[in-house]
Every structure is written in structure tokens, then in C-alpha cells.
Design a protein around this ligand. Structure first.
Ligand SMILES: Nc1ncnc2c1ncn2[C@@H]1O[C@H](COP(=O)(O)OP(=O)(O)OP(=O)(O)O)[C@@H](O)[C@H]1O
Ligand SMILES: [Mg+2]
Length: 374
């Protein structure tokens, strides 16, 4: 009887967890919620989830009640360095829920005096799997608990399967969203090109031919103005379309920026190394920053030549754009008044990168961007 009751309890727990995992598409809040529920129903106190990518790099995605020693300096012990469970995960030895003898991160916290470890010494480690694919780790435990029974591990393994499948589902839908956004922008660019752009073109043509039908000076003036305005609008539209759909970005960042220099009339000296396969968002960011920097050279530097270098290293990509133009006084205060410079910096920082600008009167301007690649 007691056994039956326990079984019912477990099934209820699995049901609550499945429900939580089916809710929403925000990975962090979903994992946070599921972690809380899992601790509630197992009676354990502490747990965390590492997501691990196919290169073996890990990221802390959820945690509950970490002891003080693991929270040291904004949870640094949980975000850096290796441990035994990750080692086993990476070399393929962690296929099932396991008792880890003791936690290396806790040992380090004690050795380096990062804070109280609150009698938490051991944890169970469970691989998070979606089908055959491993996506991360679930670690869970309690103070003074040094061993997990087969039954406990079996239950955790069951939950881990559900969590793994949910992580995969969210990751796939995030990718889909990105692709949908890209497709939408392409569509918008095409629509603008085919509708507004063509109309503006006809307008400027009509203004020009109408001019030949009159010799009235006031009418001629107004027609010239119409022609100028529609041409200006046409130029702005062209730039907007370029921004929506970076023409040629599919052939790589170097190619796209080279073409952009052609469009705006800048002579380009370039040096590009190893950027054939950059992550999409890195490429897009370099493109947006590059475009703004080249626009600035064209608009402000009073020079028609520019140097571009893009180099990919092991864990980062560096881009430099340099002109020998008139330069300006640059104030790197956090609240930059102008949009162009501020948005270049923001874009780089959004991908945890850096943006630097150096400029001197009559000695040109150089921007340097570095973006880490995971
Ligand atoms: N390469 C450059 N050479 C000389 N001056 C520059 C250069 N880049 C920027 N500047 C100066 O810095 C100012 C701010 O640049 P920023 O790109 O933020 O604004 P903007 O180009 O004037 O307008 P937008 O918001 O359209 O980019 C410019 O107005 C210009 O005076
Ligand atoms: Mg600008």
C-alpha cells in the first residue's frame, strides 16, 4: 500500500513537471520554475542546470538555493572552470543519472575561501537528453546528503528526459523565430523596392517630362523641386532597403561591405582573414557596425578612401575600419548624444563584445570592434 502511495506521488510529480515544461517558450523562466518544483517534490534543497553546447562549453541556466560559497562574486564558481561532472559528460561517460562522489566546485570554494558551503558536499548528476542528443546537465542535492538510491536516480533520470526534450523544443523554436524574422525583413525589403521605390522613380520621371511641357518659370521651379525631393526620397529608400536586406551578406561579411563601399562611393583597402563561417548574429552585427562606420567616413571624414580589416581568431573576431580624414573630438561618455556612434557600441556590447573609437583632428578616425565567438 505504502509503495502504491509513493508511486502515485511520483506520478503526480512527473505530471506537474511536464505541465511546467509545456508552458511558455522562455527557457530561463521555464527551467527556473521546473527546478523549484523538482526540489519541492523531491525534498532536496539545491540544484542547478548547465546547458552545454556541441563544443562542450557550458552555461548556468537555472539554479536554486546555491550555498554562499558557490555564489561568490556573482556566481563566478558556477560560470568558470571545470568540474568532474562536466569532464565525464564531455568524454561520454555520463549516460545515466549518477552519484558524483563530491562536488569539485564546492571543494574549490572551501580551498579558496569563497564562503560558507552550508554542509552541501555531494550532488547527483543527471544528463539532460533529447533523444540521442545531450543538451546539458542537472545537478541536485542537499546538505549532508552523500548518496542517492537507485530509485531516486531513476526518478531524476525520468525528469531529466522531459527537461531535455523541452530545452530542445525551445531551442528549435528560437531558431525558427530568427529565420522567420529574417524572412520577414527580406519580404519587407522586396515590397518596398517593388512598390514605393518604383513609384518614386515614376514621380521623378514625370516631373522631368512635365518640365518640357511648360515655360512658366514658377511651375518649372516647383517641378524641379518635385524632382529633387523624389530623388532624395529615392536615395533614402535605397539606403533603407539596403539596411533591411544586406545585399550580398549571404556571400560573407567581406563581400557585403565591399559592395556597400561601391554603392556609397568609397575606395576600399581591405584585409580579411578566415571569416567564411561566422555565426549569423555576429555577421549581422559586424555588417550593421561596418555600414554605420563607412557611412560616417563618407559623410564626415572628407575623404574617399577607407581601410577595412576583419580577422577571425580562435574565440573572437576583430574588425577595424580606419580613415585618414578630418577626425573629430570623441567623447566616449556613456550617454553618447549621437545615434550612430552609440548604436555601434550598443550592438557590439549586446554580443558581449567591445567597441573602441580613436580620432584626432586631421589625423583620421579608427574604430575597432571585437566580438567573442562561442
Ligand atoms: N569617420 C569620421 N570622421 C569625422 N567625423 C566623424 C566620423 N565619424 C563620426 N564623426 C563625427 O561624429 C559625429 C557623430 O557621429 P554619428 O554617427 O553618431 O552621427 P551622425 O553620423 O552625424 O548621424 P547618424 O545618427 O545618422 O549616424 C558626426 O556628426 C561627426 O561629426
Ligand atoms: Mg553616423
Amino acid at each position: 500500500m505504502e509503495k502504491d502511495e509513493k508511486r502515485v506521488e511520483e506520478l503526480l510529480m512527473l505530471k506537474t513537471i511536464a505541465e511546467t515544461l509545456n508552458m511558455g517558450n522562455d527557457l530561463e523562466s521555464m527551467l527556473d520554475e521546473v527546478m523549484k518544483k523538482l526540489l519541492q517534490v523531491t525534498g532536496l534543497t539545491t540544484g542547478w542546470i548547465f546547458l552545454i553546447n556541441d563544443k562542450g562549453n557550458y552555461e548556468l541556466k537555472a539554479e536554486q538555493s546555491l550555498p554562499e560559497g558557490l555564489c561568490y562574486e556573482n556566481k563566478k564558481p558556477m560560470c568558470e572552470g571545470d568540474c568532474w561532472c562536466l569532464e565525464r559528460y564531455r568524454d561520454g561517460r555520463l549516460n545515466r543519472a549518477t552519484n558524483i562522489i563530491n562536488c569539485k566546485r564546492i571543494d574549490d570554494a572551501i580551498e579558496y575561501g569563497w564562503g560558507d558551503t552550508e554542509n552541501f558536499t555531494h550532488h547527483a548528476t543527471v544528463p539532460l537528453k533529447a533523444g540521442d542528443e545531450s543538451v546539458g546537465l542537472l545537478n541536485i542535492g542537499s546538505p549532508f546528503k552523500t548518496h542517492f538510491t537507485e530509485e531516486e536516480l531513476f526518478l531524476l533520470e525520468n525528469v531529466a528526459f522531459q527537461i531535455g526534450a523541452a530545452i530542445k523544443r525551445v531551442q528549435l523554436s528560437e531558431n525558427e523565430q530568427k529565420l522567420a524574422l529574417l524572412a520577414e525583413r527580406n519580404r519587407l525589403a522586396q515590397d518596398l523596392h517593388d512598390s514605393v521605390n518604383q513609384l518614386l522613380f515614376s514621380l521623378s520621371l514625370t516631373a522631368r517630362t512635365t518640365k518640357e511641357l511648360t515655360s512658366e518659370p514658377r511651375v518649372l521651379d516647383m517641378l524641379s523641386m518635385m524632382q529633387e525631393l523624389s530623388q532624395e526620397a529615392l536615395m533614402e529608400m535605397k539606403a533603407l532597403i539596403w539596411q533591411l536586406r544586406p545585399n550580398g551578406l549571404e556571400k560573407g561579411i567581406g563581400y557585403a561591405l565591399t559592395r556597400y563601399c561601391d554603392v556609397i562611393g568609397l575606395k576600399l583597402f581591405k584585409q580579411i582573414q578566415g571569416v567564411g563561417r561566422l555565426p549569423h548574429e555576429v555577421e549581422e552585427t559586424l555588417w550593421r557596425i561596418g555600414q554605420e562606420a563607412l557611412n560616417n567616413c563618407k559623410k564626415h571624414a572628407q575623404i574617399d578612401e577607407v581601410e577595412l580589416s576583419i580577422k577571425k581568431k580562435l574565440n573572437q573576431v576583430d574588425m577595424m575600419i580606419k580613415d585618414q580624414g578630418i577626425g573629430f573630438m570623441y567623447d566616449s561618455a556613456p550617454n553618447l548624444p549621437s545615434v550612430g556612434l552609440a548604436s555601434m557600441k550598443e550592438r557590439a556590447e549586446k554580443l558581449s563584445g567591445t567597441f573602441q573609437l580613436e580620432s584626432q583632428n586631421n589625423r583620421g578616425t579608427t574604430i575597432t570592434v571585437s566580438i567573442p565567438i562561442r
